[in-house]
Design a protein around this ligand. Structure first.
Ligand SMILES: NC(=O)C1=CN([C@@H]2O[C@H](COP(=O)(O)OP(=O)(O)OC[C@H]3O[C@@H](n4cnc5c(N)ncnc54)[C@H](O)[C@@H]3O)[C@@H](O)[C@H]2O)C=CC1
Ligand SMILES: O=C([O-])C1=[NH+]CCC1
Length: 343
């Protein structure tokens, strides 16, 4: 049963949709977009819904069929004065009727800064008319879809008996990675390291399960089966000599061509997977500066066109893709619409 408010709002939307489809050519006003902000996005997104949609999107992206996905490498505008960048991440999925773009600002930030590294907004459009259907907070989407894609990389590439997870970094991505990795896998131990003891303590207080506090990156990663790097570092924080043979690394930070999180030894000895080959070759300092070969995209493994070399040391170099934001935003919008219709 619809509340009066929801019925009026949906009625108006239906009438507007009809008017806009007829009147578009005559320049009629279209209805304003809905705004779905952080708290609501967080209450609508669940990893269980997100992961299969992201797997499907990664597979579609790697097929390079323009009716499935058109997603250029993001355009990046430097914000020199502020040590940051504005990334524009448009995506069109013709068969799925999804047109979307994310605006994301990301920053190096000074040592000790408590300002966020990433601020993002996602805009969902109607591909037929070009009007904006929804404006959404992009931070929860960025945190959750990035962690979910790292979890997909681990599902595909970690060794079957993986027991120990190590996380380097204790910011927002560290938290979303902790949440999804502990939700979908059963690690016996989770180790965490950050630059200061205080940050590790703050992180431990913010999570529900047990965590082993580590006082160095080396202590955290020695013997670990899965390693997640989620730092703002521009220099290597993870060295190949510390990494156990057969471990899987999901490397999420260092998204500029001159930024690093991993050293040359690790990049050259591991089998390297990425989300987008073109993205990695234009944005990843770990790939470009080490000269490492990209073996495959995750989507190639999902499509069965490249192998998952679980027995080897593997690196998934994540840069983040617009198609991940597009399917996440569509999911949020569909859930929001279903909720509005029910109430
Ligand atoms: N691949 C992708 O799709 C995405 C990548 N990112 C990247 O992930 C990284 C983490 O993002 P957030 O968690 O949102 O940032 P955040 O600011 O919340 O956390 C950053 C963490 O890095 C640590 N850190 C900063 N400088 C460091 C250094 N020199 N050495 C070691 N640790 C250092 C901080 O102590 C903090 O724990 C950033 O580099 C960001 O650009 C963010 C979103 C998506
Ligand atoms: O995909 C994304 O949103 C980002 N990748 C690197 C910083 C932000």
């Amino acid at each position: 049963m619809l509340s009066d408010e929801a019925a009026v709002s949906l009625g108006v939307r239906a009438v507007n949709a009809a008017v806009s489809s007829v009147g578009q050519a005559e320049g009629a006003m279209v209805e304003p977009p809905v705004i779905i902000w952080e708290h609501e996005v967080g209450s609508l997104l669940r990893y269980g819904d997100l992961i299969p949609r992201l797997e499907d999107a990664l597979g579609k992206f790697s097929r390079r069929d323009s009716a499935e996905v058109i997603q250029p490498v993001r355009t990046v505008v430097p914000l020199q004065k502020h040590g940051g960048f504005l990334g524009l991440m448009p995506t069109y999925m013709e068969n799925d009727g999804v047109l979307c773009t994310k605006f994301v600002c990301f920053y190096k930030r000074e040592e000790g800064s408590t300002l966020p590294a990433v601020q993002a907004t996602v805009v969902l459009l109607d591909p037929e008319y070009g009007n904006i259907k929804a404006v959404m907070d992009g931070e929860v989407i960025t945190d959750m879809r990035t962690a979910a894609v790292s979890a997909i990389s681990a599902k595909l590439l970690m060794s079957p008996g993986a027991e120990v997870l190590a996380i380097l970094g204790t910011g927002k991505q560290a938290l979303s990675h902790y949440n999804v990795f502990t939700e979908i896998f059963s690690f016996k131990e989770v180790r965490v390291w950050s630059q200061t003891k205080e940050r590790v303590e703050r992180f431990v207080r913010s999570v529900e399960g047990p965590v082993r506090r580590c006082s160095s990156a080396e202590e955290a990663v020695r013997g670990a089966d899965v390693i997640v790097t989620v730092t703002r570092s521009t220099e290597p924080v993870l060295y190949g000599q510390w990494v156990k043979a057969g471990a899987h690394v999901a490397a999420v930070g260092a998204c500029r061509p001159d930024w690093r999180e991993l050293d040359d030894m690790l990049m050259k000895s591991a089998v390297v997977y990425t989300d987008s080959r073109e993205g990695a070759l234009s944005e990843s300092g770990d790939v470009i500066l080490s000269g490492a070969e990209v073996f495959a995209e995750l989507g190639d493994v999902i499509n069965g066109t490249k192998s998952a070399q679980r027995e080897k040391t593997t690196v998934f170099k994540s840069l983040g893709m617009g198609v991940e934001d597009a399917v996440s935003a569509k999911l949020v919008f569909d859930q929001w619409t279903a909720k509005a219709t029910k109430s």
